[in-house]
Design a binder for this molecule. Structure first.
Ligand code: FRU
Length: 485
């Protein structure tokens, strides 16, 4: 039988809440505090977890270290919402209180079964020698707020290291399936597939993707946060590989997130697929997770951060918090690629709409109505004879399209080195740029979501304004909105 450490669980949750209260004032005073993005109430937030539409509400859990602005033994924090834009903090869902999760209730997912909410997560454990152990665990809730741990349901199988985590569960053809991010004993990254009839007994089906077993070339040493779902008439496997070297404009962050498009065979545990495609071209995007909502939309949140990158330099550390979620996005398959668009519901945040129709810019054009804190900016490019155009979003932040080089660039000032750093993407033509700006972030959707650049920026409020600059004439429609918090 499973013995739970109820006392320790209560103690950890109380300590976390005390810390939240203690720093409520401090975190609220940060000029870089996000207005409409989810952030940790205190401490560090990373991956989105357990994203689900359950009993009329959206639930989003998150990897949370309430005690420090660093990584550590993770809790599952919990937000809920009826409309995807206004989120309420709920009681802590999971604390790392038991022998099978004592060093962290790591990432996982949620499903509904017979009216109950089932959470699957990874119990991260360090043994006496400091070696890692990993358990895929279950916790169940009847009300979506209070969870009862049921303990481990899967241990690491033969042939794999303890880098075995982030279970994503779904139902298909009357059976439950789970994908897990894994590393083989040869230290190759991959995704494995399990099946179950009752959510408790799980059977290993196969290695779905990655490594020599399926004659695939090695692609990194570990794949984190897998997610498999159908989109359009294809299947998509999202995952976050580690150990991919930079290659031109690709794979420039320390770790990536991206996908394969193909066809999965769930009986055999195989996946025929195309090449890997990165999901984001910006500086801060990792570990996304999707869910299907009641309207059959495929929705996704990502973590607006990357492990180990710049984490010691965020100006928000001073205010006892770090990192944020992205805005919720809807995924669609267009010409075999995953397109992302901001969910419709985000329109509810709009205030003070302003339109500039058919503006021909010959030199500079400054928007005087937005630019400070939280706003949305939509630019339709009607004609462009400019070799290069720039949209300044601050003193050090800009978007540049170089038509001669077919290159779209996002630049910001590094918080680590104070130098300007850039991310690029090869693209022939820009028709539309759609930007969501918050107190310290930019999410830019290019050509209706064909590409996205997601980045944190830390521009002094006094330096924030939006200015267009062109080398020759460019004619655009511009729409702006303030976004409420
Ligand atoms: C990805 C990740 C997951 C892990 C979690 C721990 O960012 O490393 O693989 O479950 O974060 O917080």
């Amino acid at each position: 039988a499973l013995t739970l450490n109820i006392e320790r669980d209560r103690f950890l949750k109380e300590q976390a809440m005390e810390r939240l209260e203690k720093y409520r004032e401090t975190t609220s005073q940060d000029p870089f505090r996000m207005q409409y993005h989810m952030i940790p109430p205190v401490g560090l937030l990373n991956d989105p977890n357990g994203f689900i539409y359950y009993k009329g509400e959206y639930h989003l859990f998150f990897q949370w270290n309430p005690f420090e602005t660093k990584h550590g033994p993770k809790f599952w924090g919990h937000y809920s919402s009826t409309n995807l834009v206004d989120w309420q903090l709920q009681p802590i869902a999971l604390a790392p209180s038991d022998w099978f999760d004592k060093n962290g209730c790591y990432s996982g997912s949620a499903v509904e079964h017979e009216g109950k909410l089932y959470l699957f997560y990874t119990g991260n454990v360090r043994d006496e020698n400091g070696d890692r152990e990993s358990y895929q665990c279950l916790a169940v809730s009847a009300d979506g707020v209070h969870f009862e741990k049921k303990g481990p349901v899967i241990s690491v199988p033969k042939g794999y290291t303890a880098h075995f985590r982030d279970p994503k569960v779904w139902k298909e053809n009357n059976r439950w399936y789970m994908v897990i991010g894994a590393q083989t004993e040869e230290e190759q990254g991959c995704v494995v597939l399990y099946g179950s009839d009752d959510l408790e007994q799980w059977e290993f089906i196969g290695r779905l993707a990655g490594t020599s077993q399926s004659n695939e070339e090695s692609f990194g040493y570990m794949w984190e946060c897998p997610d498999l779902f159908s989109l359009g008439d294809k299947d998509v496997l999202l995952f976050s590989p580690q150990g991919i070297p930079a290659d031109g404009y690709h794979y420039n962050n320390i770790y990536q997130s991206g996908y394969f498009v193909g066809k999965a065979n769930l009986d055999k545990g195989t996946f025929e697929h195309q090449e890997f495609v990165e999901l984001d071209q910006g500086f801060d995007f990792y570990a996304p997770q999707t869910t299907l909502d009641s309207g059959q939309r495929r929705l996704m949140f990502g973590w607006m951060g990357v492990p180990e990158e710049n984490e010691a330099f965020h100006p928000t550390l001073e205010y006892e918090w770090i990192h944020a979620m992205t805005i919720p996005r809807e995924l669609k398959l267009v010409d075999g690629c995953v397109y992302q668009s901001p969910v419709e519901e985000l329109k509810q945040l709009r205030e003070n709409a302003v339109e500039y129709k058919e503006v021909t810019i010959r030199n500079q054009f400054e928007l005087d109505n937005v630019g400070k804190l939280a706003f949305e900016l939509m630019v339709d490019i009607l004609s462009n004879s400019s070799k290069q155009f720039t949209i300044w979003l601050g003193k050090y932040t800009r978007v540049i399209f170089n038509q001669a080089k077919n290159r779209l660039t996002f630049e910001r000032k590094s918080i680590k080195t104070n130098e300007i750093e850039a991310r690029h993407y090869k693209i022939e033509k820009i028709d539309k740029l759609h930007l969501f700006i918050d107190a310290s972030s930019v999410e830019m959707f290019v050509n209706n979501g064909a590409k996205v650049f997601t980045s944190r920026i830390f521009e002094h409020p006094d330096n924030r304004k939006v200015t267009f600059e062109v080398s020759d004439a460019m004619t655009i429609d511009v729409f702006t909105w303030d976004l409420r918090g």
